[in-house]
Design a protein around this ligand. Structure first.
Ligand code: ATP
Ligand code: MG
Length: 564
């Protein structure tokens, strides 16, 4: 087996795998897995893990990657999440084929392995209460104490464990524990719980079970049963690795996968914890898991992120053991680059100012040609209707402009993109002095945006013909949090105190090019000079698309914050 990817995607995990292949470890096979717990929607952090695990499988010949649901906790998990997770992994561009698994499919085998451990004197049923177990566990500086039930005979343990399964005990009355070492410096090795009683209905096994295996126990065995070669997980599991290895050594597991830890992705100005994201949804701080401000895959998709841009981002940030926070601007740059190449250009006005071109014939309309992309000729061109009354962006006009303002001002000439030069002759205000409209004149000789006499204008602004404009709702988003690390413990405050309450702005009536009326869900565009937009995949209706701004054209955040 060899790696067939480009050498750029090299990282320390890929290097370990390459060495293993060279040394014919695991018969030179590569088999990874992505193991989400179906207790929420996937977020950008999961995307990193997905790209790593599926990416490795794709890039090594004959490599495989399983999708496995770690569904051992019946209380928090449900079908909605297992469906959404599959949809998200597919949307990101990865395929598991036949290799879809559920830890709950192994419940019977896990139970048998536990009995084997009891038989080997490696596990016992403990009747201490949860609180006592905590007390007996000791601390980082003090060794733990052995439970008085630790010395139970194999027969007694087997019988008690069977009775646990039969439902004869109440929740919390007893647990099954591994018999390891109560004085181990590693707290995870101080007789960890293997099974607990939970009288809950599981979304797949129903009421078949009232005892459920713990994550550490389930995870390593699931890996081994599936023939995983490299079990990649985040750094917080480093201290669990001795336990991972202990279980597999003590049990006659079919193989012994190698656990390798990498740093989780932390992104500035957001939170990536399912528990916290769930809280935002539950408390109504966002409209749902798919709110376009959420760092979830469904949220980012709705916002207009493409799978290509997310994969590119994961590639750029790489895989290391250093826990750092990535700035959201890195993510935004990935989507900008992708859409810059692919998004058709259109014009739209978000904050309209009416402009009357007095010397343009009344009632006349002409068709002007505009390329759909500045560099990609294959994307073709379209016709734009031009007429006597147009809209421009309010902030493209200033009555009393500073020196470097090259847009429209009294007596100043600008270019209307793909159309004509216009000059501003008169400002019309209402009785309270508010700007109502501008009266301009155009130069018929500048059609297409160039003057035959070679005279230049510094500014080019976008516009839409009033009579032809398609009115649509446009939604603008800002970062969900005001602080780069809302949930870091350097704060005295609650992480939700940093919610940016102005992170969503709705424009009920933007004036857009008429062709946008037929835009389809998730279709993306560059609105010239304004940013990249995509059609909202939830609230849009046929002929009534709603546009989400994915990202502005440049990183305006720093500048904005300075100005405020
Ligand atoms: P959360 O903290 O959001 O609840 P989790 O680790 O509990 O995440 P799981 O469903 O167990 O969520 O995660 C599935 C896989 O994705 C695991 O292998 C986990 O290590 C990985 N993962 C989760 N969050 C991140 C992250 N921020 N960066 C990289 N990998 C992650
Ligand atoms: Mg987890």
């Amino acid at each position: 087996m060899s790696e067939n990817s480009n050498p750029e995607s090299s990282n320390f995990i890929r290097n370990i795998i390459k060495d293993d292949i060279k040394n014919k470890k695991n018969k030179s096979l590569v088999h990874t897995r992505f193991p989400p717990e179906p207790n929420g929607y996937l977020h950008i952090g999961h995307a990193k893990s997905i790209c790593l695990n599926f990416g490795i499988a794709n890039d090594f010949n004959d490599g495989l990657c399983n999708l496995r649901f770690d569904d051992t906790n019946p209380i928090k998990e449900d079908l909605e999440f297992t469906k959404s997770i599959q949809q998200d992994v597919k949307w990101l561009g990865f395929e598991w084929g036949e290799r879809l698994f559920y830890a709950s499919d192994y419940f019977e085998q896990l139970f048998e392995f536990a009995k084997q451990m009891i038989n080997d004197g490696k596990a016992y049923v403990d009747h201490l209460s949860a609180e006592e177990i905590r007390e007996y566990r000791g601390t980082l500086t003090e060794p733990g104490k052995e439970s008085p039930h630790r010395g139970r005979s194999v027969e007694e343990n087997l019988s008690l464990f069977d009775r646990m399964r039969a439902g004869e005990f109440e929740e919390g009355e007893c647990v099954l524990r591994g018999k390891i070492d109560m004085s181990s410096p590693n707290m995870n090795m101080r007789d960890p719980t293997i099974y607990r009683i939970k009288k809950a209905t599981h979304h797949r096994t129903g009421n078949d079970w009232c005892i459920y295996p713990m994550y550490d126990y389930t995870h390593c065995i699931s890996d081994a049963l599936e023939g995983i070669t490299h079990s990649l997980c985040t750094l917080e599991f480093e201290d669990h690795r001795p336990l991972y290895d202990w279980f597999l050594e003590k049990l006659s597991a079919p193989c012994h996968p190698q656990q390798i830890e990498f740093a989780r992705l932390n992104l500035n100005y957001t939170v990536t914890s399912k528990r916290k994201l769930n809280e935002l949804v539950k408390d109504g701080d966002v409209s749902g898991w798919d709110d376009p401000r959420m760092p979830t895959i469904v949220g980012m998709r709705r916002r207009g992120y493409t799978p290509e841009s997310i994969r590119d981002f994961c590639h750029r940030i790489g895989v290391t053991k250093n826990d750092t926070a990535i700035d959201v601007s890195v993510l935004e740059n990935s989507v900008r680059e992708d859409l810059d190449n692919r998004a058709p250009r259109v014009m739209g006005i978000l904050d309209p100012l009416k402009v009357v071109i007095n010397n343009y014939p009344e009632g006349e309309t002409e068709q002007l040609e505009a390329p759909n992309h500045p560099n990609d000729k294959e994307m073709g061109a379209r016709k734009l209707s031009f007429s006597r009354i147009i809209y421009i962006e309010k902030n493209d006009f200033m009555e009393d402009p500073p020196k470097k303002f090259f847009r429209l001002a009294p007596g100043k000439e600008v270019r209307l993109r793909y159309a004509y030069f216009i000059i501003c002759n008169e400002i019309i205000k209402d009785s309270s002095g508010n700007l109502v409209e501008l009266h301009c004149s155009y130069d018929p000789d500048t059609k297409g945006g160039n003057a035959p006499d070679g005279r230049k204008v510094k500014g080019t602004i976008h516009w839409v013909s009033a009579e032809h404009a398609f009115k649509a709702e446009v939604r603008l988003y800002d970062r969900l949090f005001n602080d780069p690390k809302p949930d870091s413990n350097r704060h005295q405050k609650d992480w939700k105190d940093f919610l940016n309450r102005e992170s969503k702005k709705i424009i009920k009536e933007a004036y857009l090019e008429p062709s946008l009326q037929s835009a389809k869900n998730e279709e993306f565009f560059q609105f010239e000079r304004l940013g990249y937009f995509c059609v909202d995949n939830k609230d849009s209706e046929k002929g009534k698309p709603i546009f989400n701004r994915t990202v502005s054209l440049r990183d305006s955040w720093l500048k904005q914050k300075k100005e405020n």
